[in-house]
Ligand binder design. Structure first.
Ligand code: HEM
Length: 351
């Protein structure tokens, strides 16, 4: 299904399996795409590593990287926020944790732009080609770097995941630590960057939010929840029922495609008062940004931590940040709520 999103008036042509080999490896090794009985133990491996108490050890590195990027951006007339701040921040962060060099981080960031074609509802054959080829390179670059970092030793995150992987004795598990990391940390390299961008966009578009957050830094948490609620990065996902289910009196036979609209649930008027309004004083509710139930996103805590660290650095008293222009477009025909561009100015000031 994932390889057949091509636009075209004729019959759907199945791509050559050689072309989709790397994209297949990327999808096949994910927790996201695994079914029972593998799903639970494989998922637990990631959940444990990404528990709040385990990710706290990464906070100082994230804070340092955010400061370095503010410094880099403050030296420019204008910053392309998506590429030059958010994307760079998250790829540099994960590169450090997962044993990739800074050149490899830059390469992965570039590949993310091609791999985000995976979120398009339909693709031209040329876009599919770019996606398949970027996915193959991504799996190789990240997979090899991680395998090497692990065999060199001294990386606790990789050691723990590799040790736990050996305890899973089931068909379909990832071939090795390299494929495990590359397949499952894609959202770390990609989607957290989109979340940071959307949260910052909402703060800067609102007349008073920036001042509110500066005056009360505890509001960064509200800015994260409110920004990702209104601009949920992954707007929807689709799954297939594995067996007949009954839900709220509706019976759904096995094999039915079920579309879950996270972005719509996040604006449910029965849950959120005046749901379209942006309010940092709203009582925090988790909403549906990270899904729910057995597939609830294991990366949600680290996504929040990195976003809060980035927003804290950008709203510091000695930093000025503002939107350039007021014409902002969202990417069309995509499952990802992502701006096509977010130009900003970032400056150091003395207040
Ligand atoms: C802001 C960033 C992120 C957003 C908006 C997001 C969103 C989601 C959503 C909505 C789901 C549920 C999908 C479904 O039920 O079909 C999900 C699942 C998942 N996410 Fe995230 N995610 C983010 C970051 C991350 C990060 C940083 C990681 C890993 C480091 C990650 C790894 C996963 C995995 C492995 C699953 C599948 C879980 C399962 O099937 O049990 N995500 N994510």
């Amino acid at each position: 299904m994932a390889t057949e999103a091509d636009l075209g008036s004729g019959p759907v042509t199945k791509p050559d399996p050689e072309q989709t080999e790397g994209y297949g490896r990327f999808l096949r090794n994910q927790v996201f795409t695994s079914n029972p009985p593998l799903h639970q133990p494989y998922r637990n491996l990631l959940v444990r590593q990404l528990l709040p108490r385990n990710i706290l050890r990464f906070a100082p590195a994230a804070a340092r990287l955010a400061q370095e990027l503010v410094e880099e951006c403050a030296g420019r007339d204008r910053t392309d926020f998506s590429r030059e701040f958010a994307g760079r921040f998250v790829t540099r962060f994960w590169a450090e944790q997962l044993g990739l060099s800074s050149d490899q981080a830059a390469h992965v960031q570039h590949l993310m732009e091609q791999m985000s074609l995976t979120f398009l509802l339909t693709r031209t054959p040329e876009q599919s080609q770019r996606l398949f080829s970027a996915a193959a390179t991504y799996m190789d670059v990240v997979g090899e770097a991680v395998r090497k970092a692990w065999s060199d030793g001294g990386n606790a995150l990789l050691d723990d995941m590799a040790a736990e992987l050996t305890t899973i004795d089931m068909e379909g598990k990832p071939e090795d630590i390299g494929s495990l990391v590359a397949s499952n940390f894609f959202d770390g390299f990609h989607t957290i960057g989109v979340a940071i961008e959307n949260v910052v966009f909402r703060i800067l578009s609102d007349g008073t939010a920036l001042e509110q957050v500066r005056a009360d830094p505890a509001l960064v948490t509200s800015a994260f929840y409110e920004g990702t609620r209104l601009e949920s990065p992954l707007m929807l996902s689709q799954r297939l029922t594995l067996q007949d289910v009954e839900y709220n009196g509706v019976s759904v036979p096995a094999g039915t495609p079920v579309l879950m609209m996270w972005a719509a649930a996040n604006r449910d008027p029965e849950v959120f008062d005046d749901p379209d309004s942006y309010r940092l004083t709203r009582q925090i509710q988790h909403g549906a940004t990270f899904g729910g139930g057995v597939h609830l996103c294991p990366g949600r805590n680290v996504a929040r931590m990195l976003t809060e660290i980035a927003v804290t650095a950008l709203t510091a008293p000695d930093v000025d940040i503002a939107l350039v222009g007021d014409d902002h477009e969202w990417a069309a025909h995509s499952l990802m709520r992502q701006l096509t561009a977010l130009p900003v100015t970032i400056r150091r000031v003395h207040r």
